[in-house]
Design a binder for this molecule. Structure first.
Ligand code: HT7
Ligand code: ZN
Length: 879
């Protein structure tokens, strides 16, 4: 596939202003009739009309009612003789939804029809200028068998419906908002709906609907509540109202991602929509709230103002992730619960985006080239993009950011724009801010890949009573980008004395400041500092960088105990653990936790005031992939051994404290997924897993027995899965009967069975047992490569989230990976290429893993008919 370059962008030769689509829906052969009002774009030289089309069967092409000559060139339909004046183009084609296993375009799932058009799926429905800068008004007529497909939905408002001959019926939908084709959607099937009305501030009434399969309706209450909360929040925080009379959300079990923000007709993976206390964990409830909010927020950031081209994807995705993160924090409420959200977001960024930024697929937030756009729905575009938006807010303040957003919508509502347009709006609304002064340096966040390394060293001058902080910044080379320029980096910071008391940083007595770095080297001097302070830098993780502050363990202990910034309190604990683990790995010695570290952890666990949710995060050791990030040469087995050793020591040293914490954090009463009770459940589950792990070493049977009892008696999935995980992760004798029982209990609930596969594939490896089990699960009657959730629950869990089970000295993990990627590629290239990314970082592996991993990647690359999705991933890996 050709490489598409950002700088090659050109406006289209034609605009499509109006679209009138008719679907005669049939799973085997759907007939699509498309009538387009087209206008030549006089801003560019006259050329042929080139429409995209894939996997279609073309029946006829008419211009202004008369047949016209055309040719098909690859995936394009080329019409040379299009009129200079406005004209009507009519196209008829068929497609085959039931054979569409790629789940892009129009497909069937569970006997119903669904569409997925982002990024380039509309061209698999009909021929079109399938690019986001072509915005049109759509009218859609759906015709289908009434008994099999009683519900017929498309974007916008229902304007007509009725019965037809032969048991068929029809519905006509009109969407008044011009939109790009990627926001088009159709759903047809036998679905049921939960409805709610909502009145917005302007006094307008709106209908909210959640459509799901029969039997799932009672699992939609949380999604509906989340949708209502999102609507209220967007109006309150950004003044952005719901602009549609009717807002629909639909669940589907076969879906490539979490959800899709089609205008007025969001389509959701059931995993991101359905929840009941018995089947979904606290984490699921949180994820649903944030994805429902994310898709709803796209209605303004993405739909009302969209992307000019796909290189600008972070314009909508980074901004919308930022908005959903802010929403989740506001919903969480207390400062401590907000900090828990922030820590979870940063942990995710470090686990996924940092490795991406230092691997074969490293790319800027605004990529410069791609061959398959589906490969660029990445954590760099999404999560790092959200951090970039967060930095705007850090640099101009919350009010300044809101003013910038207001200006952005005033300027660009109804347009398809670029990241430059967004930057200009925020800067123009905040003249005199450090952002406006150095917008050039800030915008390097969009153009430079790689995670900047910031180093900070402090020097106290006793005589002058000054404290000088010297910073350097440097961004490592990434593929195609050897040299980097300094970026604008906001460092939120404070200073503490040795006893943990916050020091005044200026004459006004402020104890927190934002330092703005924009040079390779820079110093800041603080006056009236009597003694060597402990710096607390990068509070709240104010920039997505790796910070080396050179702090001693003693200084980290001060921060961990006293910092007013909860993020940095957590960070200090993580750093202490990381230092121990890295020291052991570098020295090739067995890991030994220090008494000081264990005491500090005991202090956290038994702390009278800290929230349980915070304690759980602080007592969880850094993840194996984050540890790997700190090393030049990665031995996944050694990392796993060190983390397991640390866990066993922490389990044993705090045995009595864990037991007390487990008992003290039981949640009485009915289940609610609120931050307080979910925090208590999280800490109780961590304590239980530590106690069962410890029991494995001591031979004790009491705690495994208690875990089994809890697993059997649990009244909610968080407790049940927590107890099951404690047994499985410790490889307790009761793990096997528990897994069997869990499967029998939930065999009819696909989302729960996904958890069953995932838990087994992610279990800590010991003696190859986990890998062997995962391989055997491929043959389980419930396993299928065709369902993305199921494929991910086994393949991604093993290959991407279980390094010690995957990276084996005998290379069996890599053979498994190559076989599964190739098998999946023939079914669903998007999912195959996601799994293919497990090998992004093969080059940093220690031998013998490195050579074997490379060989496996090369084997996949030699396959002749690979999809463009997988080909791009393996070729970048080998480059
Ligand atoms: N904007 C949506 C992206 C998406 C997607 C992209 C490629 C292939 C399938 C997809 N499904 C959804 C989701 C979002 O960010 O909200
Ligand atoms: Zn999104």
């Amino acid at each position: 596939a050709p490489l598409i370059q950002r700088l090659d962008y050109q406006q289209p030769a034609y605009w499509i202003r109006k679209v009138d689509l008719t679907f005669d829906l049939d799973p085997a052969k759907t007939l699509v009739t498309s009538k387009l009002q087209i206008e030549r774009n006089r801003a560019v030289p006259h050329g042929p009309l080139r429409l995209h089309g894939e996997e279609l069967n073309l029946l006829r092409v008419l211009i202004d009612g008369s047949p016209v000559s055309f040719r098909q060139e690859g995936h394009e339909l080329v019409i040379e003789g299009a009129p200079d004046a406005d004209f009507a183009l009519e196209i008829r084609n068929t497609c085959c939804p039931e054979k569409n296993t790629a789940l892009s375009g129009l497909y069937t799932s569970g006997g119903s029809f669904f569409t997925q058009c982002e990024a380039e799926g509309f061209r698999r429905i009909t021929y079109f200028l399938d690019r986001p800068d072509v915005m049109a008004v759509y009218t859609v007529t759906l015709r289908a068998d009434k008994a099999r497909f009683p519900i017929l939905l498309a974007n916008g408002n229902l304007t007509d419906s009725g019965d037809l001959d032969n048991g068929r019926h029809f519905a006509v939908w009109s969407d008044p908002f011009p939109k790009p084709s990627y926001l088009f959607a159709v759903v047809a099937g036998d679905l049921v709906t939960r409805e709610q009305r909502i009145r917005t501030r302007a006094g307008k009434d709106h209908l909210l609907q959640v459509y799901v399969r029969r039997g799932d309706l009672e699992k939609t209450e949380h999604a509906m509540n989340s949708l209502v909360a999102s609507i209220v929040w967007d109006e309150a925080r950004f003044g952005l109202p719901l602009d549609l009379e009717r807002f629909m959300v639909v669940g589907v079990s076969d879906f490539n991602m979490g959800a899709m923000e089609n205008k007025g007709l969001n389509i959701f993976n059931t995993s991101a929509l359905l929840a009941s206390p018995a089947t979904a964990t606290d984490a699921d409830f949180n994820r649903i709230e944030s994805i429902v909010a994310h898709e709803y927020f796209h209605n303004w950031t993405g739909n009302r103002v969209t992307c000019r081209d796909w290189f600008q994807l972070s314009l909508k995705e980074g901004l919308t992730v930022f908005r959903d993160q802010e929403f989740s924090m506001d919903m969480a409420g207390t400062p401590s619960a907000r900090a828990v959200c922030r820590i979870q977001d940063v942990r995710q960024l470090r686990a996924m985006q940092f490795p991406e930024d230092s691997g074969a697929m490293a790319h800027p937030v605004r990529p410069d080239s791609y061959s398959e756009i589906n490969n660029f729905y990445t954590s760099t575009v999404y999560e790092k993009g959200a951090e970039v938006v967060r930095m705007y807010q850090a640099l101009v303040g919350r009010k300044g950011f809101e003013a910038g957003m207001k200006l952005y919508f005033e300027r660009h509502d109804g347009q398809a724009v670029t990241c430059d347009d967004f930057a200009a709006a925020i800067a123009d609304a905040n003249p005199g801010s450090p952002l406006s002064a150095r917008l050039d340096a800030f915008k390097r966040w969009y153009s430079q890949a790689g995670t900047p390394r910031v180093s900070a060293r402090g020097e106290h001058d006793t005589a002058a009573r000054t404290y000088t902080l010297r910073f350097t910044q440097h961004t490592p080379a990434t593929p195609g980008q050897a040299a980097k320029q300094p970026q604008l980096i906001p460092i939120v910071m404070g200073l503490l004395d040795r006893h943990g008391v916050a020091l005044a940083l200026d004459a006004n007595g402020a104890t927190e400041q934002v330092l703005v770095l924009d040079q390779a080297e820079q110093s800041f001097v603080f006056e009236n500092i009597n003694a060597e302070p402990v710096p607390s830098l990068l509070r709240g993780f104010s920039a997505p960088v790796v910070l080396d502050d050179g702090l001693s363990d003693a200084a980290l202990l001060v921060l961990m105990r006293h910092d007013s910034d909860p993020f940095n309190r957590w960070e200090a604990g993580q750093r202490l653990a990381l230092n121990r683990i890295l020291h052991a790995l570098r020295a090739g010695q067995p890991l030994q936790l220090s008494p000081a570290f264990i005491d500090a952890m005991r202090g956290v666990l038994n702390h009278a005031e800290l929230d349980p949710a915070f304690k759980e995060l602080a007592l969880t050791l850094p993840g194996e992939s984050y540890i790997a990030e700190q090393l030049d040469v990665v031995d996944p087995q050694a990392i796993h051994a060190a983390v397991m050793a640390a866990q066993v020591q922490l389990a044993s040293a705090l045995r009595d404290d864990w037991a007390a914490a487990f008992e003290a954090h039981q949640v009485a009463g009915g289940y609610t997924p609120d931050p307080v009770s979910s925090g208590r459940r999280a800490l109780a589950n961590l304590a239980l897993s530590m106690l069962v792990l410890d029991a494995q070493s001591t031979g004790d049977t009491v705690w495994p027995g208690k875990a089994y009892q809890r697993f059997k008696d649990a009244s909610n999935m968080t407790d049940r899965l927590g107890a099951l995980a404690a047994l499985v992760n410790a490889n307790a004798a009761l793990a096997a009967p528990s897994l069997e029982r869990f499967h029998a209990l939930f065999k009819d609930d696909a989302l729960v069975i996904d958890k069953w596969f995932q838990l087994q594939a992610r279990a800590p490896e010991a003696d190859g047992r986990v890998f062997a089990r995962a391989k055997a699960l491929l043959k389980h009657p419930d396993f299928s490569l065709k369902n993305p959730n199921r494929a991910r629950s086994l393949l991604a869990s093993l290959c991407m989230f279980n390094p010690a089970a995957f990276h084996r000295a005998d290379a069996a993990g890599y053979v498994f990976w190559a076989d599964q990627v190739l098998a999946l590629d023939a079914i669903n290239p998007q999912i195959a290429s996601r799994i293919a990314r497990a090998m992004d970082r093969w080059a940093v592996l220690a031998e013998p893993y490195r050579s074997a991993a490379r060989e496996a990647v090369a084997r996949v690359a030699t396959k002749a008919d690979l999809s463009s999705d997988v080909r791009e991933i393996v070729e970048r890996a080998l480059a």
